[in-house]
Design a protein around this ligand. Structure first.
Ligand SMILES: CC(C)(C)c1nc(N2CCN(c3ncccn3)CC2)c2cc(C(N)=O)c(N)nc2n1
Length: 332
């Protein structure tokens, strides 16, 4: 077929619709503060879907119409992480977190060290790459060295931007999670279909991200919190706190409860506060991730083969594990 000339005004309308729809996605799914009604949004989306159907050559991978899924993949390609995705060592009580602080201060020869305390979202780790502000790759953590390319599924997560608010080339990392009320809805649905329920929201999110049918992923409400910038020094960032602000400026959903702590005591107070308050949240958290704030200090502390020395997970006491009691009963 000869190259059909697409009228200029069609190309302009498609580009304008994309920008507008992605802006409203950002307002609704990231800021939770929409400025148009659902029907106005649907009208914009229907118009863009119609124009892309009339002119398929206009469809781009980062078009908001890709969020509704509709592809059935053969499998997932393996992708090597630009920088390994590290694990976290765990601490379970105040004595251990004080020991972490002592070790950090000893290595740094510093009397006072600031930390960023972040709720530890119980989800699935994800790495997201953008080129000139456009989404190009979403990968699971895998073994930390390489993961699976789940880009088509990641595009259906409405809080993950397909286009950043600044045209930067960057890789970021965070968690994709399933909100508790979506987890309950999904398990009710599975029960009706005679399918086994998911044990917890993390398994439900992981199982959803592994689906090869993207429409099915789009039908389940996954969400995200982004917490890490790869090579932050490339963007003039000097601390983790600045990195979280930078992520917000780019248009990512960043957990609103993170706290810049002057010292380890403030971290402990935060941990105690959220041990109580976590029931207010509509997502599961299993602790607090404690990070040395300054990147120059992080570089001095370095990392072991599997985990950074400048960060640690400060876990909440596990819910009373019923199975232990059950086992004893069976043994009797
Ligand atoms: C960048 C570092 C390594 C410090 C880091 N690593 C994390 N994790 C590593 C271990 N992970 C992991 N996952 C599966 C198997 C082994 N480790 C799961 C992510 C973080 C997880 C959360 C969260 N969940 O909310 C967070 N706010 N900050 C993190 N920061």
């Amino acid at each position: 077929m000869s190259e059909r000339k697409i009228p200029k005004e069609v190309i302009e309308e498609v580009e304008r619709l994309r920008e507008e729809i992605e802006y409203h996605n950002y307002r609704y799914y990231v800021l939770n503060d929409p400025v148009i009604t659902d029907e106005e949004y649907d009208k914009l989306m229907r118009r863009l879907i119609e124009l892309e159907r009339m002119y398929p050559e206009l469809v781009t991978p980062d078009s908001p119409t890709q969020r509704v899924g509709g592809k059935v993949l053969e499998g997932f390609k393996t992708v090597k992480h630009s920088v390994p995705m590290l694990s976290l060592d765990n601490t379970y009580n105040e004595e251990e977190i004080l020991e972490f602080d002592r070790r950090v201060k000893k290595t740094l020869q510093e009397a006072e060290v600031e930390y960023v305390a972040e709720l530890k979202i119980d989800g699935v780790s994800i790495a997201l790459r953008y080129e000139n502000g456009k989404f190009v790759l979403g990968a699971t953590r895998g073994d930390g060295i390489e993961g699976e390319d789940v880009s088509e599924n990641v595009k259906t997560v409405r809080s993950i931007p397909l286009r950043l608010r600044k045209p930067v080339t960057v890789e970021v990392r965070g968690e994709i999670y399933m909100p508790v009320d979506e987890f309950k809805r999904l398990n009710d649905e599975r029960e009706e279909e005679g399918l086994p329920p998911f044990a917890n929201p993390r398994n439900a999110a992981a199982g959803t991200l592994r689906q090869l049918n993207t429409a099915l992923v789009a039908a389940r409400r996954l969400d995200s919190f982004i917490y890490y910038v790869v090579h932050p020094e490339n963007y003039g960032l000097k601390t983790q706190w600045e990195a979280l602000q930078f992520l917000k400026e780019l248009g990512f959903k960043v957990n609103p409860h993170s706290k810049l702590c002057k010292n380890i005591q403030e971290v402990i107070d935060y941990w105690r506060e959220w041990e109580e308050r976590k029931k207010e949240l509509d997502y599961w958290v299993d602790g607090v991730v404690v990070k040395v704030n300054r990147f120059d200090f992080q570089r001095i502390l370095g990392e072991t083969s599997k985990a950074p020395r400048w960060a640690i997970a400060f876990k909440f006491p596990a819910e009373q594990a019923r199975t232990r009691v059950l086992d004893v009963t069976i043994q009797v």
